[in-house]
Design a protein around this ligand. Sequence first.
Ligand SMILES: Nc1ncnc2c1ncn2[C@@H]1O[C@H](COP(=O)(O)OP(=O)(O)O)[C@@H](O)[C@H]1O
Ligand SMILES: [Mg+2]
Length: 269
Amino acid sequence: MSLLEVNDLVVDFGRHRRVAVDHVSWSLDSGERLGLIGESGSGKSVTALAIMGLLPGNAHVSGSVRWRGEELLGASDHDMSALRGSSIGMVFQEPMTALDPTMKVGRQVGEVPLLHRSVSRGDARGRVLDMLEQVGIKDPAKVADSYPHQLSGGQRQRVLLAMALVNSPDLLICDEPTTALDVTVQSQVLATINEVLDSVGAACLFITHDLAVVSHICQELIVMTSGKVVEAGPARAVLSHPEHPYTRRLLRAARLDLVEPGTTIVLED
Ligand SMILES: Nc1ncnc2c1ncn2[C@@H]1O[C@H](COP(=O)(O)OP(=O)(O)O)[C@@H](O)[C@H]1O
Ligand SMILES: [Mg+2]
């Protein structure tokens, strides 16, 4: 049985039922890293939000999203929030809006185990400091006692990664996790995501519009355009022999050709 199975997922919005995700199917096994790529507006984030049960009220959803064989579409808020706090962690693009500006970050990360695991405050604190260290934060105690605005963008994104991983989820969903960072910081944070996924062994759904980014992280790729999956397969095959014209255009746009997954890519200009 797959860890996560999306079947014939359709999401549309509003009275005019504008389709954002159009009969999409794929699955993800335990420990697998799947890249979901496509340009802006292709339906990537809406797919992730549908999986997490976080779509706004004007969305209509149909099809099926199964987690370890159990249907998530239509699950209660209570069950979905329990799943989000324990089995599935998420990191989104905007580190500033995802953190509470009025609370020290150590407390924010610590609330996750406090809410979803029966741990003491002291144990939660210890877990937070360990996790901050694992995501590459040099001085975990100092960072834990800082407010979000006292940290750099890269540090904030590392804190969110720690928050997503602190309860040892089976799946990490990353939606453009480094897009808001500058390029050097971006590659450092990606390297950390790669390392931490190796060490915790979680599966990953990695969403990006950036082919260079995805080739570092994922073994499998899905390409979306206008809400539809147009290509899917092993990253190496998709990047070296793209079959769909849209994928070829994406590759050309990124000026990538015949990329070996895992190689460092230097973009021209
Ligand atoms: N809350 C919403 N209401 C109406 N349309 C939406 C909403 N959220 C997203 N959309 C539309 O759904 C489509 C897919 O969006 P999205 O999944 O965010 O794209 P991306 O691939 O860039 O993540 C877009 O056309 C977007 O305008
Ligand atoms: Mg998006």
